[in-house]
Design a protein around this ligand. Structure first.
Ligand code: FMN
Length: 192
C-alpha cells in the first residue's frame, strides 16, 4: 500500500508534523507499506493561474514540482493532508498545492477523462491549531473533503488538535499523542 504524507507547515518537526509522524508510525509496522513524506515548503509550486488550460486538456500548463506530485497522489492509497491552521484555514503552501488539483477536478467533472479510481483509496486531514476555537477546523475540513473528492479518494476522517502553539509542544500532551496512536491503529484495522 502506498502512503503519502503531505506536510503543509513551514516548521520542521512542528506540531502538525509530530502529529502526522505519530499516526503514520502505526502504519510503518505493516511492512507492505511504502511511506513517503513531502515537505511542501521545500518545493517550488506556483499558484493556479486560472488560465483555463486544464479545462481543455486536463493537464496543468505550469511545469514545476507539482508534476511529480500529481503522479504521487495518483499512486497513493492512503493520503495524509497535514497542516497547521493559519487564519482559520490551511497554510498557503497547502492551499497552493490543493488549488493546482483544479487540473484533476477538470479531468473528472468537465472532461470525464478517467484516472485512478477510488477503489479503497482514502484521504485524512491532520491539523493543529493554537486556540480552542470551536470552528477553527471547519474551513480546512471542507477544503480537504473537496480536495479528496477531486483526486478520487474517499474522506477517511480527521484528527484535529487544539491548543498547541510553540513548535513541538504537542509532545507534552500525552492524551493527544495517545489519540494519534489510536487513530493510526484504527486506519491499520480499517475502522476509518
Ligand atoms: C500565520 C499564522 C496564522 C495562524 N492562525 C491561527 C488561527 O487562525 N487559529 C489558531 O488556532 N491558530 C493559528 N495559528 C497557530 C498555529 O496553527 C499553531 O501554532 C500550530 O500548532 C502550528 O503547527 P506547526 O508547528 O505544525 O507549524 C497561526 C500561526 C501562524 C504562524
Amino acid at each position: 500500500m502506498n502512503i503519502l504524507v503531505i506536510l503543509g507547515s513551514p516548521r520542521r518537526n512542528g506540531n502538525s508534523e509530530t502529529l502526522a509522524r505519530t499516526v503514520v508510525q502505526e502504519l510503518e509496522q505493516q511492512q507492505t507499506n511504502s511511506i513517503e513524506y513531502i515537505h511542501l515548503n521545500k518545493l517550488q509550486i506556483r499558484p493556479c493561474q486560472s488560465c483555463g488550460g486544464c479545462e481543455k486538456t486536463s493537464v496543468c500548463v505550469i511545469r514545476d514540482d507539482m508534476d511529480a506530485l500529481y503522479e504521487k497522489v495518483d499512486a497513493a492509497d492512503r493520503l495524509f493532508l497535514v497542516t497547521p491552521i493559519y487564519f482559520y484555514g490551511p497554510t498557503a503552501q497547502c492551499k497552493t498545492f490543493i488549488d493546482r488539483f483544479q487540473a484533476r477536478w477538470s479531468r473528472k467533472y468537465l472532461l470525464a477523462k478517467p484516472f485512478r479510481q477510488g477503489e479503497d483509496r482514502k484521504g485524512y486531514l491532520l491539523a493543529t491549531a493554537a486556540t480552542k476555537g470551536e470552528k477553527v477546523f471547519d474551513a480546512s475540513l471542507l477544503i480537504a473533503k473537496c480536495f479528496f473528492d477531486a483526486v478520487n479518494m474517499a474522506f477517511g476522517g480527521s484528527l484535529l488538535v487544539r491548543s498547541v502553539d510553540k513548535a513541538g509542544v504537542i509532545q507534552n500532551r500525552p492524551e493527544e499523542m495517545a489519540r494519534a496512536v489510536a487513530f493510526g491503529h484504527d486506519i491499520v484495522e480499517g475502522r476509518v
